[in-house]
Design a protein around this ligand. Sequence first.
Ligand code: ADP
Ligand code: MG
Ligand code: MG
Length: 909
Amino acid sequence: MKKFFYTFGNGEAEGKASMRDLLGGKGANLAEMNRIGVPVPPGVTITTDVCTLFTERGSEETMQMIWSDLEKSIHHIEQLTHTIFGDKENPCLVSVRSGARVSMPGMMDTILNLGLNDQAVEGLAKKTGNERFAWDSYRRFIQMYGDVVMGLKPESKEDIDPFEEIIEAKKEEKQVSCDNDLTTDDLKALVTAFKEAIYQRLGEHFPTDPWQQLKGAIEAVFKSWMNDRAILYRRLHQFPAEWGTAVNIQAMVFGNMGDNSATGVAFTRDAATGENLFNGEYLVNAQGEDVVAGTRTPQQITKIGSQRWAELQEVDEATRASQYPSLEEAMPKIYNELDAVQQRLEDHYCDMQDLEFTIQEGKLWILQTRNGKRTGPAMVKIALDLMDEGKITEKEAVMSVDPAKLDELLHPVFKQEAVAKAEQIGKGLPASPGAATGQVVFFADEVAKYEKAILVRIETSPEDLEGMHLAQGILTARGGMTSHAAVVARGMGKCCISGAGDIHINYKNRSFKAEGCEMKEGEWISIDGSTGLVYKGMVATKAPTVDGNFARLMAMSDKYSEMKVRTNADSPRDAQIARDFGAQGIGLCRTEHMFFDGERIKVMREMILAKDVEGRCKALNKLLPFQREDFEGILKAMEGYGVTIRLLDPPLHEFVPHQEAQQRELSEELGITMEEIQNTIHNLEEFNPMLGHRGCRLGNTYPEITEMQARAIIEATIQLKKEGVDARPEIMVPLIGTVKELEMQVDIIHATAKKVFEESGMEVDYQVGTMIEIPRAALTADKVAEVADFFSFGTNDLTQMTFGYSRDDVSKFLPIYLEKGLLKNDPFEVLDQEGVGQLVRMGTEKGRSTKPNLKVGICGEHGGEPSSVMFCNTVGMDYVSCSPYRVPIARLAAAHAMITQKKRVNETK
Ligand code: ADP
Ligand code: MG
Ligand code: MG
C-alpha cells in the first residue's frame, strides 16, 4: 500500500524538501521548515499520487481509499493543537491548500477557517473571548468556500464578486470605509446574507458538517488541477498534467485576532532588482491573502522599506510613522524573530526566499517558503551575490540563471528626453522594472485584440494570467509590491506598476480617471516599472545599457561552454551589436536584403528582366560595387572571426514590382514595354515558391549571379587585407539537395577566386561550404562533405520540409494543433529533436565520417532557443548562430549544456 499522507508539526515531519514531486513545493517545504526548527502550524500533506488517482478513478473511489487515513491525519492535527474537529466548544480549524511541484497560480485558491459552522463559531468566540474575531473568521470561510468550492462567481466580468457586493452594501449602510470597522453584529449579518446568497443563486445549502466541508475542499483542489486556468498555465510553462497537485491540510493560525496579530509576505532579497535587502509587506488584524489582494494599503516590514515607500507615495514622515509604521517599528520583537528566520531560510535553501507569515497574538508562524520569483536582472545579481557570499559555487551560479530570462536585461527603457516631455498622469509602486507602451485595456480576455496593450485593473487575479502574458505591461490601482500583479509580473519579466492609488477605474464605463484626465479603453499610455510613473500617450524607448553583472555572468558562462555562439546579421550595425554581446563570428549573412536599397533594387530588376546572359552580366556588373562595399563593411565589423555569407537565396519573384504604377515606372526607365515586364513577372510566378526556383538553383541556372557574388566577396577580402584587416569569409551555398548541385557552385566560386587572385596579384583565404536544409542533403551528407568545408544546418527550411508544413501557411493550423496537443511546441521555434533532430544528428555524423574536422553549425531561428542549443551541443556542433539579441541567451545555454550533459558526441575541435 502506497503512503498517501505525510504529517508534519511540532518540529517533526515525515516529508522533506527533496520530496517536492510527491508533496508539492508547499508541502515539501512545510515539512522541511519543521525539520529545521522554524515555527510552522502542524498539518498533513496528501500526495500528488492521490491527484492522479482522482483524475483516473474519480472522486468517490478516491475518497473511499483515503478516508481512514484522512481521519487519522486530522487526529494528528487535533492532538498537536488540543482541539477537536467538528467540536462545538473547542473546534479544530484548518486551511486546505493546493500545492504542485512548481508554484502554479492557475489553481484552486486556499480555503481558510474550515471546520466552522453556526455552533462552532459560538464555541470559538467563547474560547477566545473574542467574538468579533470568531465571526470575522466565519464570514471569511463562507466567502472562500462559497466562491472556490461551491462556485458562486460574479455574473459578468464587469460585475464585482457577489460576496464583495454584500460587504460593500453593508459598509455603505454603516458608513464605514474598511472591513475592519464592521462590528460583530455586522459580521453576523454578513454570514446570514452570504448563506442566503449561496442558497438563492446555487440552490444548495452551505454545508454545516465539517467532514463534508473537508471532503468538498479536497475535491475542489484536485478538480482545479484540470481547470482551464491550470491547463493554460501548464501550457505556457510546459509542465505535464501527470505531475498532479498535492493538498495541504494545516491547523489555522490567526492574524485577525486583533492589533497584536497580523499577516504578511516577505522576500529575503529584492525580487525586482536583486538588492540584498530583506523586504515585504504586512497588515495588522488581517488574514490570508488580505495583503496580496490589496484591499487595504499594506505596510512595509522594514523601516528602510517603509521610508522608501513613503517617499514614492508622497506620504510625510509623521503620517508614515503613525499610520503606516513598519513591522520593525510596530512589533520589534517579532520583527527580530522574523529577520532571523528569513536569514535562516535563505542560508538553508541557498537562494532568495519568498515567505508567508502570520502573527497570532504576538507569536510568529511561518506558513510558506519557496524560491522567490524574480526579474531577469535580479536573477543575475542574486546569483552573483550568493556566489560572492560563498553560498553557492560558480557552476551553481551559472546554472541558477535561466537563459530565457537574460532577455529581460536587454528590454528597452524610455528615452530620457521623451520622458521629460511626456505628461505624467499617475504614480504607483515600481513593482516590476521595464518600460511599456500600449493601449488601455481593462479586461484580460480582451488584451489579445490589441497588438500592444497595457492591462489596467483595480487588482489582478489568477484568471488574468493569459492577458497579463500578452500585455506589454500591467497597471493596478490597488496592491503593494507583493500583490498578485507584482509577483506574477516579475516572474514573467513584464513591466508592472501596482498600487497607483490616484487612478480610479470604472469597469462599466471602460475608462479610468487620473490626474487631470480621463483615459478610455483603447487610448495609449506608457508605464515605467522602474519609477512607478504613468504617462499619457506613447513615450519613445531605446536599448538599455547592460551592466557589469551581465558581463561577469557571460565571462563565467564562457568558461564552461565549448560551443561558440555566432550571430545572424546582414549589416555591420547588427554585427557590431552582436559582437558587443560576445558573438564570435557570423553564422548567417543573407545577401538578398542588400538588393533592396534605393538604386540597387532598380539594377536588380534590370538583371531579372534582361533577355540574355549578356544583359544580365551588364546589370550584375553594376551590382558588383554595391555588394563589394557591403561585404567589406560586414567582414570588417567581424574582423578576426568567420563570416558565413550565403549566396542569393529567395525566388526572383520577390524582387520585381507587383503594382502597376511601379511597373510603368520601370518600363519607362529601362525602355522595356509594359507587356514584356508583365510577361516576365508572370513567368516568375510559381505554385510553391518555397520549393521552386530559389537557392543554388538560381546560381546553377544563372551562374553569372554566383560569379558576381563570389567576386564581390573575394575582392572585398583582398581590399581589407591591403588595409591590414583580418577578414575571414566563408561562402555558403544554399538549398542543395545533391552533391552535384554543390559541386557546380564550388567550381564557379573557385574559378572566380582564381581569376580575382590573378587580376590583383594577391591571394586570400576563404572557405566554401553549404547549408543543410533539404532532407536529402542530410541523408547524403557523407557525399556532400567531400566538397564542403563546412555545414550549416538551416533548420527553418529543414523543419518546413521534414514536417511538410509551409512556413507561410502554418498559422492556419498550428495554433489549433498546439491547443489540441497534437504538437507540444511550435517546431519553428523549438527544434523538433525527435524528427528534424535526427536529420541534424545524422547529417553531422555522416559529414564528419568523410571529414572528421568538418565545421558544423546551425543558423535557423532555433540557434537562440535554449533547449535547441542544448541539443546542438549534444550533437557536437562547433557553433550555434542566432539573432544579435539572443547571443547572450545562447552563450548561457551553451554553458548549461556542458554543465548538465558533460559528454559531447564526436569531439573534434
Ligand atoms: P497560495 O498558493 O495562493 O499562496 P496558500 O495556500 O499559500 O495559497 O494560502 C493563501 C493564504 O492563506 C496565504 O497568505 C497563507 O499564508 C494563508 N494561510 C494558509 N494556510 C494558513 C493557516 N493554516 N493559517 C493561517 N493562514 C494560512
Ligand atoms: Mg492564492
Ligand atoms: Mg502561498
